[in-house]
Design a protein around this ligand. Structure first.
Ligand code: 9MG
Length: 284
């Protein structure tokens, strides 16, 4: 596949000739850094409005906590968390809405409510979720994870993390296209922290350019994660500087979309990362 400078998401086209920020909006009671804050749709709207004002291009709504050790919620719970928030955001804001889910039923309901992009940490490995995404013409982020959130950090193991993650993403891209998803609707993500040790995360970070060449734009999520925590020795609440440093680095190595909690500082950081790679990104 040739690298596209835009992402097709139903009626929306997201320009990716310069990097953009995806704001994190967890509507769960137990996400690792913002659990419980945005479960109420009005609180979620206030936060999303602020993220848009700070420059977010996409808002990623998540009703399943995927932090290490977390359990999968029931379908009813996930639907009840996600759908009212997506509906309100789609009515009130002019922004691309992404939903972080692995379930066909949630994809269907969220798209009906106004979502245009599906961010699946399980890479659409569920065949009915894959079929729903193809039928609805949504954009899709295919992320790599070893194991499941409940146990993924117990003993992650690879012979060669970079080539294994790259081969898995390549195969999932091909499977998505085979299922009818347009090539220019796909994103890839190596899944920092999802079944990876510090050494695995650093190997992926160092090889990021290779992932940017897979043929689909690259999304990364490094915000407030253990990589930033371990390298700086900071607790979750104090990882802003580490997170924006990683965002700038990722963009300088080819990441098109940075998923982040702190949108304003990340927008600034990606301007720095982009300027460091004038050959790669259109400048302001
Ligand atoms: C939902 N979620 C949490 N972390 C993530 C990451 O790194 N990438 C993507 N695509 N989604 C994530």
């Amino acid at each position: 596949m040739t690298l596209t400078a835009s992402l097709r998401c139903r009626q929306r086209v997201i320009a990716l000739d310069r990097p953009v920020v995806m704001g994190v909006l967890n509507v769960t009671p137990d996400s690792f850094s913002d659990g419980g804050r945005y479960a109420d749709p009005q609180a979620a709207l206030t936060e999303a409005r602020q993220m848009v004002a700070q420059g977010a291009t996409i808002i990623d709504v998540g009703g399943e906590s995927t932090r290490p050790g977390s359990q999968v919620p029931s379908l009813e719970t996930e639907l009840a968390r996600v759908v009212p928030v997506v509906q309100l955001l789609a009515t009130e804001l002019d922004v691309a809405i992404s939903v972080d889910t692995s379930r066909a039923e949630v994809i269907d309901a969220a798209v009906q409510a106004g979502a245009v992009l599906i961010n699946d940490v399980r890479g659409l490995s569920d065949s009915s979720a894959l079929a729903a995404a193809a039928r609805l013409g949504v954009g899709v982020c295919v992320m790599h994870m070893q194991g499941q959130p409940s146990t993924m950090q117990t003993a992650p193991s690879y012979t060669d993390v970079v080539s294994e993650v790259r081969a898995w993403l390549q195969a999932r891209l091909e499977r998505c296209v085979q299922a009818g998803i347009a090539a220019d609707a796909l994103l890839v993500d190596p899944g920092f922290g999802f079944g990876k040790t510090l050494e695995h995360n650093l190997a992926l970070l160092n090889a990021l350019e290779e992932f940017a060449l897979l043929g689909a734009p690259l999304l990364v999520g490094l915000s407030r994660k253990s990589l930033a925590g371990t390298l700086t020795g900071r607790a979750v609440a104090d990882r802003l500087a580490g997170s924006v440093a990683l965002a700038a680095l990722a963009v300088s190595r080819g990441a098109s979309i940075v998923r982040a909690h702190d949108v304003g500082p990340t927008v600034d950081a990606i301007k720095i990362g982009s300027a460091a790679r004038r050959d790669r990104w259109r400048q302001q």
